[in-house]
Design a protein around this ligand. Sequence first.
Ligand code: ZN
Length: 129
Amino acid sequence: MAVLTPEQTRRLTHLMDARLAREMDEIRSITARVRDARDGVAPADWIDAALANSTLASDDAVLGQDAQDVRDIIAAHTRLSAGTYGICVDCGEAIVYARLLAYPTAKRCVHCQRLHEQGGAREGNLRSS
Ligand SMILES: [Zn+2]
């Protein structure tokens, strides 16, 4: 089931590779900054300590999101190799190219993504249709 042209696949692969490089850079720079903060002189007073802690907490959130993005990109590459990239994991229909351009790691078509975000309560109905 070829849903994308080779040119479209190349373009999406390029988008994901660029995204992956950005995520890896961000992960590297945050981990370097956190390491520097830990190796550095202890914060002079409690205000500095509070500020430093809030920075680390937001770094954690960013790192968590980066790690999830990296996992999504790796999963998308796996689907590319398996020939299932661009096919909705829920209904098996092709995901429209415009959606993939906006969101190259999309696993679901717009319709199924909406159902999924609503809690996936009607999964049984989807499978039987
Ligand atoms: Zn679908």
